[in-house]
Design a protein around this ligand. Structure first.
Ligand SMILES: [Zn+2]
Length: 116
């Protein structure tokens, strides 16, 4: 269960941004979450509601967009997207290599927020 600390850190960033922009209320928060992340949308919203209670961001709706998993081939340096549902042992489409490192897919970030 990683949602609680993640939501706390997202809330901290949102409130900091709100304070420096004279925001009265945060209505929605657009998040980008990597497809490999085990953060669940429903839990994220529940935990966010919990941690944001009594703050400017209370009641804000999380709009979650999944970002694709990108790997880089260790042999030829080619970067390519993979479909998580196909499993985690894809071959490089350029050279057929099977050693890759993760470029993106596990991160989460705040894309923007809607405020009053
Ligand atoms: Zn390759």
């Amino acid at each position: 269960m990683h949602e609680l600390p993640v939501m706390n850190s997202i809330l901290a960033v949102v409130l900091k941004h709100a304070a420096s922009n004279q925001v009265k209320k945060v209505v929605a928060i657009h998040l980008q979450v990597g497809e490999l992340s085990d953060l669940e949308d429903a839990w994220m919203q529940q935990y966010f509601d919990y941690v944001s209670k009594g703050s400017l961001a209370e009641g804000a709706v999380l709009k979650i967009e999944r970002i694709p998993v990108v790997m880089r081939c260790s042999a030829c340096g080619h970067s390519f997207r993979i479909n998580v549902k196909d499993g985690m042992k894809p071959l490089c489409p350029e050279c057929g290599g099977d050693k890759h490192s993760l470029v993106s897919g596990r991160e989460y970030l705040i894309k923007n927020m809607e405020v009053l």
